[in-house]
Write a protein that binds this ligand. Structure first.
Ligand code: HEM
Length: 503
């Protein structure tokens, strides 16, 4: 019996390898035959293509390759053609000039299992379903009006964060700022989307935050089956099994949340995102076709898209501020002028804080938390004279663009003053700086994200002076990135706070 199983497995492998080899031969032959000019790029190995050239920091490896092969580069990951875009001019061609062609996402394995078969917004392919959901999210969940209804909730959570840090300041002990900011971001996101906060006990043994994070990790982990679909069934890395298990956990949890919302009789509470979406289920008056699975997919989407992006941005900015005391002093001076030392920062102060705006732009430039924007070509297209084949994966290297030496003087230096008298903004109109993407697939949560990150950074710099523990020098801070869909710093930031307000 065991022998027979072994034989079957060997046969399966042999057939797979032969099938893959035949397919590679066919694809290579077909591309050569069409005689279309692909963008330049390094030669790849049979079957694996250029996969072995990419390590644990793909954005950095791709930047290095682009220096040699140019801003529009062709690679092959397994059997998949990949086009890497690494300059502002090239990004504009893909995200503006030909935006409609490249406004889709590739069908990744993770999106099948984790996001209800691509029924969420982040992973959905371009089409009427995505357009419908995008419209609903933009108009009903993330509009300026809707965001403003959560203003007092954000204030409550931020006051709580400041209170906890202030207690530590009295005892003169270091706090784990990264963990505190992450918990703040999780709580704010959960209250806005689900209506309440969650903690360890609410989600089995692991706890809510850790489970969402693990989902994000699995979703961004390298999966060979995404590049050689023929071996999908073998689940060589065991990822499908893990994704199915985690998806089941989430589904049970979301079902419980939906039931609680359906049964809730409290008419006076602020409507969270689930209430809004439930209002569309089965309604004749709405154009949105929302079903239970849609709501569950969108909840996970919003949690994943919002929690980590904001937390990682705040964390990188605080680290840079600690490394650059001159910038911190200047920012504190601006806060003193605009807010004064008798009170904390309010959201209404933000528009008057010009230097804060420059600090945030510089942080987004040098540490875009989504370093690679992943799109897919919906049809064959010619860009800059190069043939871009249908279904090619498009990787826009926002990280490399933010550090492009041709565009930015001293690109590796953190220097907010570079934005003095500059019109460059982060909102997707200037392709030198695209931390939120641009065009049809650009971030719909940008306004909310910007509000949260500016508010938290301003508050933590206004209320406290920060010092590293154990007389550590700021130059000793490890700036290594932890690559994923979101790219935080790999080490937690520990720092000792001192209260600086008079109130
Ligand atoms: C500092 C915070 C944030 C940053 C830096 C950020 C960045 C991004 C980026 C780079 C993209 C991909 C753009 C592309 O592929 O071209 C994206 C997409 C997305 N973001 Fe954000 N984001 C942030 C906050 C948020 C928040 C708060 C929400 C919602 C609550 C959100 C929801 C989404 C969604 C749903 C998408 C997918 C859009 C689509 O595919 O149509 N983001 N974000």
């Amino acid at each position: 019996m065991v022998e027979r199983q072994g034989f079957n497995l060997t046969m399966e492998w042999t057939c797979t390898i032969l099938a893959v080899a035949a397919l590679v031969f066919f694809l290579t032959w077909r591309t050569r035959r069409t005689n279309k000019r692909l963008p330049p790029g390094p030669r790849g190995l049979p079957i694996l293509g250029n996969l072995l050239m990419i390590g644990t920091k793909p954005h950095q490896d791709l930047q290095r390759l682009a220096r040699k092969y140019g801003p529009i580069m062709h690679l092959r990951f397994g059997l998949m053609p990949v086009i890497v875009v690494s300059s502002p001019e090239a990004a504009e061609l893909f995200l503006k000039t030909h935006d409609l062609v490249f406004a889709s996402r590739p069908p990744l394995e993770a999106s099948k299992y984790i996001s209800y078969n691509q029924q969420n917004l982040v992973f959905a392919p371009y089409g009427s379903y995505w357009r419908n959901m995008r419209k609903m999210c933009t108009l009903e969940l993330l509009s300026n009006h809707k965001i403003s209804t959560f203003r007092s909730m954000r204030k409550q959570e931020l006051d709580l964060l400041v209170r906890h840090i202030r207690e530590a300041a009295y005892s003169g002990v270091a706090v784990d700022l990264s963990s505190m900011v992450t918990s703040f971001s999780t709580d704010v996101t959960c209250r806005m989307i689900i209506g309440k906060k969650y903690d360890r006990e609410d989600f089995g043994e692991k706890g809510f935050e850790a489970t969402v994070r693990e989902t994000m990790r699995i979703a961004s982990a390298f999966n060979l089956a995404d590049y050689i679909p023929q071996i999908r069934g073998l689940d060589l890395q065991g990822q499908t099994k893990r994704m199915k298990a985690i998806a089941k956990d989430f589904d049970d949890f979301f079902e419980k949340i939906l039931e609680e919302h359906v049964e809730s009789k409290d008419e006076n509470r602020t409507k969270d995102f689930i209430d809004v979406m439930l209002g569309f289920v089965g309604s004749e008056e709405t154009e949105y076709r929302v079903e239970r699975d849609t709501i569950k997919a969108i909840i996970l989407d919003m949690l994943g898209a919002s929690m980590d992006t904001s937390a990682a941005t705040i964390d990188w900015t605080l680290v840079e501020l600690i490394r650059h005391p001159r910038v911190t002093k200047k920012l504190q001076q601006e806060l003193e002028n605009v807010v004064g030392l008798n009170r904390t920062v309010e959201e209404s102060d933000l528009e008057k804080l010009e230097y804060l705006d420059m600090v945030m732009k510089e942080s987004f430039r040098i540490h875009p938390v989504a370093p690679l924007l992943v799109h897919a070509a919906r049809e064959d297209c010619t860009v800059n004279g190069f043939h871009i084949p249908k279904a090619a994966r498009i990787l826009i290297n926002a990280w490399a663009i933010g550090r492009d030496q041709r565009v930015w003087t001293d690109a590796d230096k953190f220097n907010p003053e570079r934005f003095v008298e500059s019109d460059i903004d982060v909102r997707g109109q200037n392709f030198e700086l695209i931390p939120f993407g641009s065009g049809r697939r650009g971030c719909p949560g940008m306004q909310l994200g910007l509000t949260i990150v500016r508010l938290v950074v301003a508050q933590l710099v206004h209320c406290f002076d920060w010092k590293l523990p154990n007389d550590m020098l700021a130059t000793g801070l490890d700036m290594t990135e932890d690559f994923g869909i979101v790219c935080p710093r790999s080490e937690h930031l520990l720092a000792i706070p001192t209260w600086r307000l008079q109130a």
